[in-house]
Design a protein around this ligand. Sequence first.
Ligand SMILES: [Zn+2]
Length: 159
Amino acid sequence: MHQPRRDRMYEEHVKDPYIARGKPPEPTACPDCDAIFYKGRWRWGEAPEGARRQQCPACSRIRDRVPAAILTLSGDFFSSHREEIMKLVRHTEERETAEHPLERIMEIADPEGESQVVISYTGIHLAKGTGEALQHAYRGSFDFAYPDRDTVMHASWKR
Ligand SMILES: [Zn+2]
């Protein structure tokens, strides 16, 4: 019994601390991206009159530079089809973000040059969905593991 009960409850019911922190009274509007918290979740829409203003979990992650997931793309096939593959990555993001404002790409980097791309995400579902979409389209190998609370999910696709 080293941990207070409150923390255990938290651990059991909440996976993403940014979402827990961001559960505001309704209606609330994010001043940065215009997502609104309404009927129990963040969605796109007109901010109702008198809405409270609070940053949504995705914008908080972007501000803090704390991604929920990191997806690494690599391999010879990736290098030679990079442009086409990155189009699919963006297309997957557009579709998912239109439905789920908290699932976005934070940053796309290539610290190793042409042969590898590292994409950070505000939500794990989009990172996973992107890896699955790549595997569906091009095969290759996609690996991921669900993270523990408050850690980053690392995923990779390679071909
Ligand atoms: Zn926002």
